[in-house]
Design a protein around this ligand. Structure first.
Ligand code: KIV
Ligand code: ZN
Length: 519
């Protein structure tokens, strides 16, 4: 049976999708989970894109024990050098360099003749080889490129030392049979491809990313590039969990498998959702809320008689546990710690202290604390950002016949600051007060409020996404803050405060070079 390498690009292509940006601490937390999931290659970022990205790739490269860590780099010297520098601390470092090969990209985007593109690609691979032995070359927009030209450039970069060749469907244009035929044709025209790893990277613009990736397995691909929950540019990338479970479930037709520990899939998917605040659609294959829900009477009847009637994969195989142990206000630290560990988290004593305090606050307000409440507490407390601002107290006065006011008092580095905001409802007024305290107009790009469990006393889970229109660094941070409370105003304010703290942290990481030097 063929072993397919899983190349995860959640932290690079995935992070490029709107609303999915992560700070370096969140990326590290995600990277550790991806390593635990068993991916073979992790694309940790695009080191040359900003100082923050460089540091994050470097930090991840130094922390990973098992998987290969790659940085993306355009086929230009500066990018290759930054990528080489960032991944050099990895146990198994890789540079992933790319250049577009389709006529439309070469003519309009690169403004380069095909000969110059080949020269740049070869130069990039040779330069990358000075840093690492493991070099991947991607022919961007390969599926809209001329196959004779592809064979020429691939042959040249393999001679220059490339060890993996990726032929992406960058714009999600291909159909499965067509992609299969395309790969077979390029292999025929370029026999050297058989001596390196053939990789595929499919986008989902026509909803065919996973189907195309699977067609590529039959065409001899040995590496699949994909992301958790299918996040990525535009309509996203091929979803890791779907590729992996399709290969596992249909070994009979694909005759291939991966090194993924499938019981970690659900946890990884949920972690990404919590970090980015971007939920997966309920009917999403494998990790959607309804993926294992059987609603119709006939289906339920069949399931009771024999699960195989309607279930082709078991929930347990992706890490969904039936057990939903309920804790309450009388549960102690040991019970909380045991449950956290059963849910698959390792937390330090210090983190347990914080989580336990939060747990007690919640247990005082609601009768039952469920696994999802606990997971929310743990994730929230494991990502630590310096707390410049802290929510101290608030009072809201609202009604349908008065102007709503919310007085908010924050502590900034220990000192109290109080302002009164007005608005259309208590949360709008609270955010108005927050803007006055922080002293600048921040853009609220998104605000979401949802309940974590059922019932009137459910935990409210608020997400606020902020950006700073005045920030002048190269990469403008767009940060997400979460807040949990049984009181929705408190949850929303906490989310806002967390987002502001992250914004301060991110802006410091991504300061324009001159300003960074001055500080
Ligand atoms: O979609 C694409 O072509 C890419 C390349 C950089 C591999 O993301
Ligand atoms: Zn891509």
């Amino acid at each position: 049976m063929k072993q397919i390498k899983i190349f995860d690009t959640t932290l690079r292509d995935g992070e490029q999708s709107p609303g999915c940006s992560m700070n370096s601490k969140e990326k590290l937390e995600m990277a550790k989970q991806l390593d635990k999931l068993g991916i073979d290659v992790m694309e940790a970022g695009f080191a040359a894109s900003s100082p923050g990205d460089f540091n994050s790739v470097k930090e991840i490269a130094e922390a990973m024990k098992d998987c290969t860590v790659a940085s993306l780099a355009r086929a230009v010297a500066g990018d290759i050098d930054k990528a080489g520098e960032a991944v050099k601390g990895a146990v198994s470092p890789r540079i992933h360099t790319f250049i577009a090969t389709s006529p439309i990209h070469m003519k309009y985007k690169l403004l380069m003749e095909p000969d110059a593109v080949v020269e740049a690609a070869v130069g990039a691979v040779k330069r990358a080889k000075k840093f690492v032995s493991d070099v991947e070359f991607s022919a961007e927009d390969a599926t809209r490129s001329d196959t004779d030209f592809l064979a020429r450039i691939i042959d040249a970069v393999i001679k220059a030392g490339a060890t993996t060749i990726n032929l992406p469907d960058t714009v999600g244009y291909a159909a499965p049979d067509e992609y299969y035929n395309f790969l077979m044709e390029v292999r025929k025209k370029c026999p050297a491809l058989d001596d390196v790893v053939l990789s595929v990277h499919c986008h989902n613009d026509l909803g065919l990313a996973v189907a195309n990736s699977l067609a590529a397995v039959k065409a001899g691909a040995g590496q699949m590039e994909c992301t958790i929950n299918g996040i990525g540019e535009r309509a996203g990338n091929a979803a890791l969990e779907e590729i992996v479970m399709a290969l596992k479930t249909r070994k009979d037709i694909f005759d291939a498998d991966t090194n993924i520990t499938t019981t970690e899939i659900m946890r990884t998917s949920k972690m990404l959702t919590r970090i980015t605040g971007v939920k997966v659609q309920p009917n999403k294959a494998i990790v959607g809320e309804n993926a294992f829900a059987h609603e119709a009477g006939i289906h339920q009847d069949g399931m009771l008689k024999n699960k195989a009637t309607y279930e082709i994969i078991s929930p347990e195989s992706i890490g969904i546990t039936e057990k939903n142990l309920v804790l309450g206000k009388h549960s102690g630290r040991a019970a909380l710690k045991a449950r956290i560990e059963e849910l698959g988290y390792n937390i330090s004593d210090e983190e347990l202290n914080v989580a336990f305090k939060k747990f007690k606050d919640i247990a005082d307000k609601k009768k039952k604390v469920y696994d999802s409440d606990i997971e929310a507490i743990v994730t929230k407390e494991t990502v630590k950002i310096p707390k410049v601002y802290e929510l101290f107290r608030f009072v809201s006065n609202s009604g349908n016949t008065i102007t709503t006011t919310t007085a908010v008092c924050l502590k900034k580095n220990g000192k109290e600051i109080e302002r009164i905001g007005t608005g259309d409802g208590p949360i709008d007024a609270a955010f108005d007060a927050m803007g006055k305290i922080v002293g600048k107009e921040l853009n609220i790009e998104d605000y979401r409020l949802q309940s974590i469990t059922q019932g009137g006393d459910a935990l409210g889970d608020a997400t606020v996404i902020l950006s700073d229109p005045e920030f002048e660094g190269r990469k403008k941070p767009r940060v997400q803050g979460r807040g949990l409370s049984t009181d929705v105003i408190e949850a929303s304010l906490t989310a806002y405060v967390n987002a502001v703290n992250k914004l301060i942290y991110e802006e410091n990481q991504n300061k324009p070079a001159a300003a960074a030097e001055q500080n």
